[in-house]
Design a protein around this ligand. Structure first.
Ligand code: ADP
Length: 202
C-alpha cells in the first residue's frame, strides 16, 4: 500500500528543499501551498468566496486577488480570520483530499503531503506518519532573513506565530536535521527513504 507522509517544518527550515529531494527519489508531492494559490486564481473557489465576502476591494486593477488587502481584512479582525478558517481551509482541504485519492489510485511508493502548518491545521491525521524538517531557531532566523530579505524582527514575528519547535518535535515520527549542508540533509533523507519507504516494498 502507498504510504502517506505529512511533511512539515517551521518557516525557512528547509521543508521545500526536502520535498524536492523526496520528489527526486520518486515520491508524489501534494503541495498545500500550491493548491491554496491555485484556488485563489480568478474564477476558482477561494477567489469567488473572498470576492463574495469582501467585495471587489480585495482585487487588484488586473482583477486578481490582492493578497495584502485580504491579509489586512483577515488579520485586523478575529471574526474575519474565523470566517477565513471556516471557508477557505475546507476548500483547500477538499482539493488536498481529491489529489490524495488520485495519487493513491496511481499507486506509487510514497505520497508526500507538503503542509507548512500540518500540526496546527490537524492535517497530520491524513497521513500515516509525520516528518519534521528542523534547524535551530538562530539558523532559521538567518535563513529566513536571507531568503525573504526581511529584518530579524519581522522574521522573528513570523517564526513565533507558529507552533514552537519543541512541540512539533514531540509530535513528529521522524525529525530531519537540516542544520548541516544540503548534502548532509540529502543523505539523511535517503536513509529515511531506505528505512521507511523502500523496505515496505522490498
Ligand atoms: P521552507 O520550505 O521550510 O520555508 P526552504 O526549503 O525554502 O524552507 O529553505 C529556506 C532557505 O534556506 C532557502 O533559501 C534554502 O535555499 C535554504 N536552505 C535550505 N536548506 C539549506 C541547507 N542545508 N544549508 C543552507 N541553506 C539551506
Amino acid at each position: 500500500m502507498t504510504r502517506v507522509i505529512g511533511l512539515t517544518g517551521g518557516i525557512a527550515s528547509g521543508k521545500s528543499t526536502v520535498s524536492g529531494m523526496l520528489k527526486k527519489l520518486g515520491a508524489c508531492i501534494i503541495d498545500a501551498d500550491a493548491i491554496a494559490h491555485e484556488l485563489a486564481e480568478p474564477g476558482k473557489a477561494v477567489f469567488e468566496a473572498y470576492l463574495a465576502h469582501f467585495g471587489s476591494g480585495v482585487l487588484t486593477a488586473e482583477g486578481r486577488l490582492d493578497r495584502r488587502a485580504v491579509a489586512e481584512q483577515v488579520f485586523s479582525c478575529p471574526e474575519e480570520k474565523q470566517w477565513m478558517d471556516r471557508t477557505a481551509f475546507p476548500l483547500i482541504l477538499a482539493e488536498v483530499r481529491r489529489q490524495l485519492a488520485e495519487a493513491k489510485a496511481s499507486g506509487g511508493p510514497l505520497i508526500v503531503l507538503d503542509v507548512p502548518l500540518l500540526f496546527e491545521a490537524g492535517w497530520d491525521s491524513l497521513a500515516d506518519e509525520s516528518w519534521l524538517v528542523y534547524v535551530p531557531e538562530s539558523e532559521q532566523l538567518r535563513r529566513l532573513c536571507l531568503r525573504d530579505n526581511c529584518t530579524a524582527e519581522q522574521a522573528l514575528g513570523r517564526i513565533r506565530a507558529q507552533m514552537p519547535l519543541a512541540e512539533k518535535l514531540s509530535r513528529a515520527d521522524a525529525a530531519i536535521d537540516n542544520s548541516g549542508t544540503i548534502e548532509a540533509t540529502r543523505s539523511i533523507v535517503k536513509d529515511l527513504w531506505k528505512e521507511r519507504v523502500h523496505e515496505q516494498f522490498a
